[in-house]
Design a protein around this ligand. Structure first.
Ligand code: NAD
Length: 370
């Protein structure tokens, strides 16, 4: 039986509440002998700042680097609004992404039939939706230099951000997208703005070249990023895997998120490069939502995004693809049965709390595994 070391970083607000439900599933996986799971806990975000003076300590980053996967809850909240900018809770997450080299952000947008009416689009457009956005996470305009605000001789100010991509950065993210498409419906849509941006021209060239050389069996289409945004709300089911840069990915993945109903449903994964010698790959899995200070401590957060993040960890880091499928089916089953946390319950209907939802998913998971 394979054994894995997981680092759990619950964080702030509802982070610890939803992480508890994931721990129940992990304990079950270990108990059933699906895999040996050992877990370590550490602080991140505001809680780490309060206790350790930094939003993530060097020691925690080291443990994260040694772990087979990191499960991350959420960070932030009004309590830390006044801490110095470099120590704000989100800086802990950014440091983990940077130090672990997590360049590929995977955000699935799945619309469960039972929740299709909660989407901002009509049921027929979203029912059964299953798309995966692969966003480049460590390059592009968020990191390019120069990045500054300067005062000109006239006294006017000028702000500069720099969009910059190298061949290697584009190649490695496109490779991730093509690989994933082969395990899905075998189609990649590459989104950029080659009509107005040099980085878009290079992006297009590199993706086309890689496709021709190594992934010709995968269907590839190029789509301008603004058109991609429009198509996502017009006919989202035309997409399978969308690969795009850091900035466009940020925007397009939020658009895709609104198609699925609730923030409490959306998992994500961030992956580093696979070491060809050891096969190891740094990976962090987290819900898309934040720390939800408005409902923290009330036991009513929806744990499905966090549980879905665990399913992604099982698939991408633990080699437990069948168990990941079973866990995702368990979520679907529980929703079909009408179990709802408050965020996904139609108004005026009954809802369950975080722990009851976690228990229901675990029971369905156990049932699915026989
Ligand atoms: P948020 O995602 O925390 O909450 C937005 C809304 O969605 C709130 O009404 C909240 O109650 C609801 N919601 C979110 N997750 C839910 C869940 N699992 N179940 C039920 N309802 C849920 O976003 P925000 O309010 O803009 O930010 C709150 C804090 O979280 C801020 O400090 C922000 O910086 C931080 N944040 C952190 C991350 C992260 O840790 N990756 C991501 C986004 C925001």
């Amino acid at each position: 039986m394979a054994s894995f070391k997981l680092l759990l970083l619950p964080g702030d607000g509802i982070g610890p509440e939803v992480m508890r439900e994931v721990e129940k599933v992990l304990a079950f996986v270990d108990r059933q002998g699906l895999a040996g799971i050992s877990t370590e806990h550490a602080l991140v975000g505001g809680s780490a700042y309060d206790a350790e003076g930094k939003p993530v300590s060097d020691a925690t980053v080291r443990i994260a680097g040694d772990a087979d996967a990191v499960l991350f809850g959420a960070v932030g909240g009004p309590r830390w609004d006044r801490v110095p900018y470099e120590d704000r809770p989100e800086a802990g997450l950014l440091r983990l992404r940077r130090d672990l080299g997590l360049f590929a952000n995977l955000r699935p947008a799945i619309c469960y039939p039972a929740l299709a009416d909660a989407s901002s689009l009509k049921r027929e457009f979203v029912e059964g939706l299953d798309i995966l956005i692969v966003r480049e996470l460590t390059g592009g305009v968020y990191f390019g230099e120069p990045k500054e605000i300067v005062t000109l001789e006239s006294g006017e100010k000028r702000a500069v951000d720099t969009q910059v991509y190298t061949t290697g950065e584009i190649d490695r993210i496109a490779r991730v997208a093509f690989d994933l498409a082969r395990k899905r419906r075998n189609k990649v849509s590459s989104a950029e703005k080659r009509n107005v941006m040099k980085s878009g021209v290079l992006w297009n060239e590199v993706v086309t070249g890689l496709h021709r050389a190594e992934f010709a069996d995968v269907e590839l289409e190029h789509v301008l990023a603004d058109n991609c945004a429009m198509q996502l709300v017009r006919r989202p089911k035309q997409f399978d895997v969308i690969v795009t840069d850091n900035l466009f990915g940020d925007v397009l993945s939020d658009i895709a998120a609104t198609l699925t109903g609730s923030l409490g449903m959306l998992p994500s994964a961030s992956l580093g490069a696979r070491d060809p010698a050891t096969g190891r790959q740094a990976a962090l899995f987290e819900p898309v939502h934040g720390s939800a200070p408005d409902i923290a401590g009330q036991g009513k957060a929806n744990p499905i995004a966090m549980i879905g993040s665990l399913a992604m960890a099982m698939r991408y880091s633990l080699g437990l693809a069948d168990a990941a499928d079973a866990l995702e089916k368990a979520v679907s089953r529980v929703l079909d049965d009408g179990t709802r946390t408050a965020d996904i319950a139609p108004s005026g209907t009954n809802s369950v709390g975080t722990s009851e939802m976690g228990d229901a998913v675990l029971a369905a998971f156990a049932g699915a595994l026989g």
